[in-house]
Design a protein around this ligand. Structure first.
Ligand code: CTP
Length: 411
């Protein structure tokens, strides 16, 4: 796991980091105290800034006691400004983390406003910004919030969550704060670049198109976005990445070597041809299980009321990779399930001889095929980890952190 309680011999994941913890006004504000403690467990120095509305939910004393630093909430506090001016505080931070990030804070940050201390610090700092949103599910889903979030993500702001589940308002849906240990785990994962330096990662992505004739094919709804995000996340951790891509019109992630293919058979040839020397294979492609027995050289003309198409099984690339003499140290499969996710995923893990499988529930709205978001349940022989709902790049980063853990022999 990227998050480890720090024992005497362990290296803390956030050693040397100076984190400015922004707390904004939502019911989940009390959970920021637990985040603060866990950040400290990971070796970070933390200073807390609260918005005026956060003060309605939780008092500053808790944060002050835990951080052993004065808590600031106003731009106009002369004593605090004299001790450490807000520009100095903005420069001090190596990262700004806002927990919880309300719809209001997200809106203000998207607009680049500087109308209180926290928003001013975010604007005046060059430190990376991470937000853990928490709000009522309707507020989260509102196009205004989604547009603000898209603006921030496009600017490189990292989002952790929100998670789905019971909400303080009695509703159920996306908008819950991700649990404090998972917030810190995600931060640790993104604070440790270079974890895969020297490793070679092979990723398959996208659908395959199996041609029936020159104008028709059998395809599927895979957009390739998850596999491309996985390739980008592996690259961000320093790996040398080869991406075997089915027919998609996505830009190649920076620094990634790409091989384009169309059919399952071509994907198999490309993957097996590249296998030697790779440490990890991630099969994110939605490979056709069956392909037409023959591809007709000319367009098939209609005749008769019915038409039978003979299909033959394609080779299972993932299983072949797992059984290959040049098998990478870690073979990771993906599973799209609509029911009994864990049972089916674990069956695939076993049956195909994998080290890890990342399953998603494609029956749930707003994740998986043709979506920008995803959520994964990742299984390995003696473990499981749920990666909460988030953008595909966010989810891919968490998945690659888990992959790096497994490569390092962690649990
Ligand atoms: N896969 C592959 N080659 C195939 C088919 C699938 O490499 N010919 C890989 C995919 O890249 C993915 C995993 O296998 O990593 C998905 O497993 P699969 O058994 O194909 O899943 P489903 O199609 O969902 O299986 P089932 O039809 O049994 O539900």
């Amino acid at each position: 796991m990227p998050f480890t309680r720090v024992g005497k011999t362990q290296v803390a994941g956030l050693e040397g980091q100076r984190i400015l913890l922004g707390v904004s006004g939502g019911i989940a504000a009390y959970k920021a105290a637990e985040v603060l403690r866990r950040l400290q467990d990971e070796g970070a120095q933390v200073r807390v800034v609260m918005t005026a509305s956060a003060l309605h939910f939780v008092g500053p004393t808790t944060f002050q006691a835990l951080s052993r630093q004065p808590v600031r909430s106003s731009l106009w506090d002369e004593a605090a400004e004299a001790a450490m001016g807000h520009i100095e505080l903005a420069r001090w931070a190596t990262r700004i983390l806002v927990v919880p990030a309300t719809a209001n804070v997200i809106a203000r940050l998207a607009q680049g406003r500087a109308n209180d201390l926290l928003s001013t610090l975010c604007l005046a700092s060059e430190a990376p910004l991470t937000l853990a949103p928490a709000m009522n599910r309707v507020m989260w889903a509102h196009p205004a919030t989604q547009a603000n979030v898209a603006t921030l993500v496009a600017r490189g702001v990292e989002l952790i969550g929100p998670a789905e589940g019971d909400q303080a308002c009695g509703e159920v849906g996306a908008g819950r704060l991700v649990e404090p240990d998972q917030i810190v785990a995600a931060l640790v994962a993104s604070a440790r670049p270079g974890r895969l330096a020297g490793k070679r990662v092979l990723v398959s992505a996208g659908p395959t198109f199996e041609d029936i004739d020159p104008v028709r094919f059998i395809g599927n709804r895979s957009s390739g976005k998850m596999g491309f995000a996985v390739a980008a996340a592996a690259r961000a951790l320093g790996a040398e990445v080869t991406l075997v891509a089915g027919p998609v019109s996505l830009a190649t992630p920076a620094g990634v070597r790409r091989i384009d293919v169309r059919r399952a058979a071509q994907m198999r040839d490309a993957v097996l041809g590249e296998l030697a020397g790779h440490d990890v294979y991630l099969g994110a492609a939605a490979v056709a299980d069956y392909a037409p027995a023959r591809t007709m050289p000319q367009k098939i003309k209609k005749s008769g009321e019915t038409m039978a198409l003979e299909l033959v099984r394609t080779a299972d690339i993932l299983a072949e990779v797992a059984a290959h003499p040049q098998r990478p140290a870690l073979v990771v499969g993906f599973a799209a399930e609509t029911q009994d996710m864990e049972a089916y995923a674990r069956d695939k893990l076993q049956r195909k001889g994998l080290d890890m499988i990342a399953a998603n529930d494609v029956a749930r709205a707003g994740q998986g095929f043709e979506c920008d978001d995803n959520a994964l349940s990742v299984f390995w022989h003696d473990g499981r980890r749920d990666i909460p709902h988030g953008s595909k790049p966010r989810v891919a980063r968490d998945l690659m952190a888990l992959v790096a853990d497994r490569l390092e022999g962690g649990k």
